[in-house]
Design a protein around this ligand. Structure first.
Ligand code: DGJ
Length: 537
């Protein structure tokens, strides 16, 4: 008895033993991708906190918003200035609080390393870095002036940044065996505006030399100088290579400690033109230089777009450009205003492994005009309703998206219907439809629905088998039918609302009548449906 009591007392006083889980990773299969967390696919329904929310005092204003959003992941900055305020003396108080509180709130974390670059500036470096231009040189402009961005050409800067980043990863290795942190973003929006490259003596000497052989080989180009190989984009290509090599050195050293997935984010340039090297964040991972980043930074798992462009055709072009066989799509930042929320659907349709509106906390800050004017109920609800549908099936959806073709649309700038073909079937998404009947009927005189002229609406479809589709969406009508030249006797057989658990579909109701007669009319409440097509005899 006495022994039993002693054993119980021992158990009660022992610190909770953290469970070790497999380290997260990105898995790619046949050009599709999944973020694997705790050994299984995981869809990151995330939100990014504001830039200055990375202090213990701010955390109580972060979690309630995450809960309201039904988010499963928080993207949170950790700044070099905060962990190494004095050179060589590290302070991980905030990181530990973040880990503890994330676990208590049942959230995963993506750490954003604000180091040498944060929005192309070095504002988040410690004061001892900022104030020492001879040890940590700024870029030089063409006319020899200091530019407000640290140069990527100097090992001292890289080594100091790397040392701090490695210390952070060592802290995670020691204090996060359960992998509360599932991914890391080394640096934030690298590159430099208005100065395509460093024009200092060291950079000029390197620029005059040949493009490194691995880069010309990766791009399939003939060897030559930067100018000969890249022409008008030479300065930018040069800076991109050196920034990417710098970031790769940091990521590689961090991964050697703890091999978490690592991605970089881009301050974007116009999606369909070759950007003006003076107007773009030269050096950053924009879509037209991804191949340079891939060649220069093999330790980086993915490059990702930060989306603040409200033009639907541009957003879709960005999503398409970053969804590559060799690059898992992740939207680590997107504006938090209601009109951005619909792009959740085309992101999922392109296999996104995660999605995060930016500036989601209750610190009272709003980054209008990039995002919403205020984070009111309607603004939060626009994303929260979608996350609420996906939160219970976050793993199921990620599993489906790794194994099956997906298609996603958002209402476009012109509001026109959009179609695709999956297998034998054509699928059309249309917007602003009545809940009954066709818009061109003249015998019903009725106004358009309230949302018809608003920038809302979208859907995602996964093809589970030749005849079965998983469908989700809002403010949309979906019509399924035989494709042109497809089965003449093809028809929609059955539409079920329900959910997925352990790979199995459970039906909660069968849609029919008004809900399906004119197409699947999904309104403000996102729903999950299973559509079964068939061919009659
Ligand atoms: C993109 C950056 O990555 C974020 O940190 C933030 O500054 C937003 N822009 C603007 O609010």
């Amino acid at each position: 008895m006495r022994i039993a009591i002693a054993a119980l007392a021992l158990l009660a006083s022992a610190p909770a033993v953290a469970q070790t889980t497999p380290i997260p990773r990105i898995e790619s299969r046949d050009g599709r991708h999944a973020l694997i967390v705790d050994g299984a696919p995981f869809l990151m329904l995330a939100a990014q906190a504001n830039n200055s929310s990375n202090y213990v005092s701010q955390l109580p204003m972060v979690w309630p918003m995450l809960d309201r959003l039904h988010a499963n992941t928080l993207e949170m900055p950790v700044a070099w200035q905060q962990i190494e305020p004095v050179e060589g003396k590290f302070d991980f108080t905030f990181v530990q609080a973040l880990l503890d509180q994330a676990r208590a709130h049942d959230k995963r974390v993506v750490l954003l390393w604000f180091g040498t670059w944060k929005n192309t500036s070095f504002a988040y470096t410690p004061d001892w870095v900022k104030l020492d231009n001879s040890r940590f040189p700024r870029m030089k402009t063409r006319d020899g002036k200091d530019h407000g961005v640290l140069s990527a050409m100097f090992p001292a800067t890289r080594d100091a940044d790397r040392k701090a980043f490695v210390a952070l990863m060592q802290y995670l290795k020691a204090h996060d065996p359960q992998n509360t942190v599932i991914m890391v973003q080394p640096e934030n929006e690298t590159g430099s505006y208005s100065n395509p490259r460093d024009y200092g003596a060291k950079a000029n000497a390197l620029f005059a030399q040949a493009v490194p052989a691995p880069l010309v080989k990766a791009l399939g180009k003939a060897p030559g100088t930067w100018s000969a190989v890249f022409g008008a984009q030479a300065d930018r290509a040069f800076n991109t290579w050196h920034v990417a090599r710098f970031v790769d050195a940091i990521a590689a050293a961090g991964k050697a400690v703890k091999p978490l997935p690592m991605y970089v984010n881009a301050s974007l340039a116009g999606p369909s033109n070759v950007p003006d090297p003076n107007g773009v964040a030269s050096g950053g991972p924009q879509q037209d230089v991804l191949d340079i980043w891939k060649a220069a930074a093999p330790s980086i798992d993915a490059a990702a777009p930060d989306i603040y462009d409200r033009k639907a055709s541009n957003v879709v072009a960005y999503l398409s450009a970053y969804a590559r066989r060799d690059n898992a799509l992740l939207v680590p930042e997107i504006g938090n205003a209601t009109d951005f929320a619909r792009f959740f659907w085309p992101a999922l349709g392109r296999g996104a492994i995660g999605y995060a509106p930016f500036g989601m906390d209750d610190t009272g800050y709003s980054n209008y005009p990039l995002g919403a004017k205020v984070l009111d109920e309607e603004t939060v609800g626009a994303i929260a309703r979608k996350y609420a549908l996906f939160a219970p099936i976050a793993r199921e959806w990620a599993k489906v998206a790794l194994a099956h073709p997906t298609w996603g649309v958002a209402k476009g700038d012109d509001g026109a219907a959009q179609s695709t073909v999956m297998g034998d079937w054509s699928i059309t998404a249309s917007f602003g439809q009545w809940q009954f009947g066709q818009k061109d009927w003249t015998w019903i005189k009725a106004d358009k629905p309230g949302w018809a002229d608003q920038p809302v609406g979208g859907a995602v479809v996964a093809q589970l088998s030749p005849t079965e589709f998983l469908v989700a969406g809002d403010y949309v009508r979906l019509n399924f039918g035989a494709k042109a030249g497809g089965p003449a006797k093809g028809m929609m057989v059955r539409v079920e609302e329900g959910t997925l658990t352990d790979g199995r579909w459970t039906t909660t109701s069968v849609w029919n009548g008004d809900q399906t007669d004119y197409g699947l009319n999904i309104i403000d409440r996102p729903v999950l449906l299973k559509v079964t097509m068939g061919v009659y005899k």
